[in-house]
Design a protein around this ligand. Structure first.
Ligand code: ZN
Length: 298
């Protein structure tokens, strides 16, 4: 196959990372654009690709790994459109409207599905038949891949908003999710930690009791992922997961929660090889976006 160029977009809630890459993943040009509103972000994104394409050549396909909620069903007339996002200005914004001028196919998936794909191809998820990728950051998102394809129903999964057991005597914090209050995201994402204790866990010095509380919430998703999908591995990334001691506490809490009910070689003692952090680190998102673009080339 002749060398082709992919336009890759990792659309995050704070910033967009945009890149022009070769199909082998080599990045030729890259930029960061504040997410703000589509009125400012979209034209800057189009300008980046115009300029990068003028220098390096025609773009053969776009891959978009985006925050959501967003329509990721290729058969839907609204494919690529933000739906009920509480982010001001973004509901109804559509990637195809701004990337259409390049005349290239566009694949849109969620940020977590994109990161999962990046990890499956070249990170901590290599060789996994089923892989779950969860990010615990400003929000909580979770994607599941089966044989390298992201799974969905009528829409993408929303594992960050599952209900979790919440002992209000031990943890009186009400949760910040505008829809559910104390769902997993409402109790364990970055804003919940700052809302409850005023600072991030790392800035607080990663105290064991607080790390254990957050790990307890996240372990409920981890155990449910095992029960619902039987993944070969669980990857947990995002800013909150960088807290020293959190992934260890998560392994321990998840193992206790599974309570010996599932026995499989994948679930190693201590879950050290089962629950892991991203192999690509912060590059998982843009790597996944490039992989999505590559999938459009067939
Ligand atoms: Zn929620």
């Amino acid at each position: 196959m002749a060398e082709q160029l992919i336009g890759a977009i990792e659309a995050g809630g704070t910033k967009f990372v945009v890149a022009l890459a070769r199909t082998d993943g080599t990045i030729l040009a890259e930029a960061r654009i504040p997410t703000e509103t589509p009125a400012t972000c979209f034209p800057a994104m189009a300008e980046f690709f115009r300029s990068a394409s003028a220098e390096h050549g025609k773009i053969a396909a776009f891959g978009v790994a985006s925050f959501g909620p967003i329509d990721i069903d290729p058969a839907s007339p609204a494919y690529g459109t933000f739906t009920t996002t509480p982010k001001p200005g973004w509901s109804g914004a559509r990637f195809q409207d701004v990337l259409g001028e390049f005349g290239a196919p566009i694949v849109v998936d969620t940020d977590v599905n994109g990161a999962a794909l990046g990890e499956w191809e070249s990170g901590a998820g290599q060789g996994c038949k089923t892989l779950a990728y969860t990010t615990i950051g400003t929000g909580v998102g979770c994607g599941v891949l089966s044989q390298g394809k992201s799974m969905m129903g009528f829409s993408h999964y929303e594992g960050g908003h599952i209900g979790v057991a919440h002992d209000r005597a031990a943890d009186p914090y009400a949760g910040f999710c505008p829809f559910h209050g104390d769902c997993l995201e409402g109790l364990a994402a970055g804003p919940a930690i700052k809302g409850r204790w005023g600072q991030s866990l790392s800035d607080l010095g990663s105290p064991v009791d607080k790390v254990t509380l957050i790990a307890g919430y996240v372990s409920q998703l981890a155990a449910n992922l095992v029960l619902l999908h039987m993944p070969d591995r669980l990857i947990f990334g995002g800013g909150v997961m960088k807290t020293p001691g959190l992934v260890e506490a998560l392994r321990s809490a998840t193992e206790q929660r599974i309570a010996g009910y599932i026995k499989a070689p994948q679930l190693d003692p201590g879950l050290v090889n089962y629950i892991v952090t991203p192999g690509l680190g912060d590059e998982a998102g843009i790597t996944g976006a490039i992989a999505l673009g590559r999938s459009a080339l067939g």
